[in-house]
Design a protein around this ligand. Structure first.
Ligand code: BTN
Length: 241
């Protein structure tokens, strides 16, 4: 696969026609000397991984499956997946999609439907494997409640989308790993969960209802139930009034 635009952005880009999961593959490649920002990309995943132990569908030729190695340690690892969502939102902006929003913690939605999901996995040495899946060319019948670039009328090839995401990731993760207040505030404004009545399902299975009021300084979601409750991991649904 020729990916000239993306190869100019990632210092090392490893392509697979098919792999079980790009996150798993990058973990297998991971060594002390693996370069920061090494990327694994696949045309198809047979065992794509989603958040909270779920699977992720990456059909051949119609989705983007990317994993990026981020050399740590990070002062604020909790912010990495949130910032990755911001990078995807900004990359979509480069492609002409101006109305993408982030549902906390790291789903990117267009028109209320999910177009991209992120799975970041902290490694024992403090580095992070950052996995990004984005729906490129799936049709609505394959997507159920999600959407794709094709479905929102954007025709872009894999290389173009990958390069746009890589560029934005580098902008965000190239400098000081400490996350600036400016970026945190920018995330807050891009996060469409804030100000919504939500239902949050916690990893243990319990549920909370309340108003999503803010993202705190460590990237956690604060929900007013009405007492403030801080969540570091959950599935969140926006409730319509
Ligand atoms: C989610 O929304 O649940 C997260 C989905 C993350 C999917 C991506 S696709 C590339 C990388 N490899 C994986 O196995 N998962 C992530």
């Amino acid at each position: 696969m020729q990916l000239p635009l993306s190869q100019a952005v990632f210092p090392r880009l490893i392509w697979f026609d098919q792999v079980d999961s790009t996150n798993l593959e990058l973990a297998r490649l991971s060594t002390d000397s693996l370069d920061h920002f090494t990327a694994v990309v696949a045309g198809q995943q047979t065992l794509g991984q989603g958040r909270l132990g779920r699977s992720w569908q990456s059909p051949e030729g119609s989705s983007l499956s990317l994993s990026v190695f981020l050399r740590g340690p990070f002062k604020e690892p909790g912010w990495v997946n949130l910032l990755a969502a911001l990078a995807v939102k900004r990359a979509l902006g480069q492609l002409g999609v101006s109305d993408a929003g982030i549902k906390w913690p790291n789903d990117v939605l267009v028109g209320g439907k999910k177009i991209s999901g992120i799975l970041s996995q902290l490694q024992s040495d403090g580095s992070i494997i950052l996995g990004i899946g984005l729906n490129l060319k799936q049709q609505q019948s394959e997507l159920i409640t999600a959407t794709s670039l094709l479905e929102i009328g954007v025709s872009a090839e894999l290389d173009q989308v990958l390069a746009a995401i890589g560029y934005e990731l580098r902008e965000i993760f190239a400098g000081d790993p400490e996350v600036s207040e400016e970026i945190k505030n920018y995330f807050q404004s891009a996060c469409i969960t804030i100000g919504q009545q939500v239902r949050a399902e916690l990893p243990g299975g319990s549920e909370l209802l309340g108003l999503a009021s803010e993202i705190d300084s460590s990237g956690q979601l604060v929900i007013l139930t009405p007492e403030p409750v801080t969540l570091s991991a959950a599935d969140v649904w926006h409730l319509r009034s």
